[in-house]
Write a protein that binds this ligand. Structure first.
Ligand SMILES: Nc1ncnc2c1ncn2[C@@H]1O[C@H](COP(=O)(O)OP(=O)(O)O)[C@@H](O)[C@H]1O
Ligand SMILES: [Mg+2]
Length: 265
């Protein structure tokens, strides 16, 4: 069971961009040992939430503690203890992965032990052959692996992964999942965002369904299934129910059936 101090403790976070409200009262608490899946449709506020936790974005209001620190006024402390992987890898395109890792290690003032860690991760992700090629020439999946390795270099207790399986093939996805598990066995915690139900279902100890900038349902897979009020329901059923999309889907299906002329045969 998760215990100890929460690694993330955020309450009533609001984030507005002019008239656009990206987060509207987000509550989030994540304990050591947890894999928390932030599951929500496009535009729900997942990226904004993760950027606020990592100190890249300032909330309009609300209180946020990450590994005990305030990501706005204690950004360095938070950065030292978190590993953040952005939705689409933002890397220096002209550096090679080897140079990039060296650069990250020096900015984080890591000692030589990091080299061994990087080479082990590079080998499990099979990017050895890409280490001396400029990042700009590498595939999306390889860039994603490089971002993941960079996020793990300083062995932070908290990993913040924004749609981490994007661009990864089946084998690399599996390796990343194993890394996540290993991380939580060592009392770290992981928050990752996804709009893919199966990803959340397979990996999380807890799932928070986010919609319109707030958590609309939260719990273990089993607790969420109970929420839907139907036996044997899937996460998809729960998701559509709590995001109020059941009616929309039913209407859309009816419309498609009415159309009925351009089906096969
Ligand atoms: N920098 C920004 N400027 C204006 N609107 C933004 C900005 N970032 C996000 N938003 C808006 O905030 C909402 C939530 O976005 P985001 O956090 O990216 O959602 P998700 O990652 O769940 O798809 C969306 O309506 C998006 O258009
Ligand atoms: Mg996003």
């Amino acid at each position: 069971m998760p215990s100890g101090q929460p690694l993330v403790d955020a309450s009533d976070i609001v984030k507005s961009y002019g008239t656009v409200s990206a987060l509207s009262g987000l509550e989030l608490k994540v304990m050591p040992g947890e894999v928390y899946g932030l599951l929500g449709p496009n535009g729900a506020g997942k990226t904004t939430a993760l950027r606020i936790l990592s100190g890249l974005e300032t909330p309009t209001s609300g209180s946020v503690r990450v590994v005990g620190y305030d990501p706005v006024s204690q950004r360095i402390e938070v950065k030292r203890r978190t590993g953040y992987v952005a939705e689409s890898a933002v890397l220096y395109e002209s550096l090679t992965p080897r140079e990039y890792f060296e650069f990250v290690a020096s900015t984080r003032e890591l000692d030589d032990r990091v080299k061994e860690r990087v080479s082990r991760l590079a080998s499990v992700f099979e990017i050895g052959a890409s280490l001396d090629i400029p990042v700009g020439a590498l595939s999306l999946g390889t860039k994603q692996k490089i971002s993941v390795i960079a996020a793990l270099m300083h062995e932070p207790p908290l990993l913040l992964l924004d749609e981490p399986l994007n661009g990864l093939d089946a084998k690399s996805s599996r390796i990343l999942k194993e890394l996540v598990l290993l991380h939580t066995e060592r009392r770290g915690a992981v928050i990752f965002s996804t709009h893919v139900m199966e990803v959340a279902e397979g990996m999380c100890t807890k799932i928070g369904i986010i919609d319109g900038g707030r958590i609309v349902a939260e719990g273990t897979m089993e607790e969420l299934r109970d929420l839907s009020g139907r036996k044997g329901s899937s996460l998809e059923d729960v998701f559509l129910k709590v995001t109020n999309e059941e009616g929309f889907i039913a209407e859309a299906v009816a419309k498609l059936r009415e159309g009925g002329t351009n089906g096969p045969g």
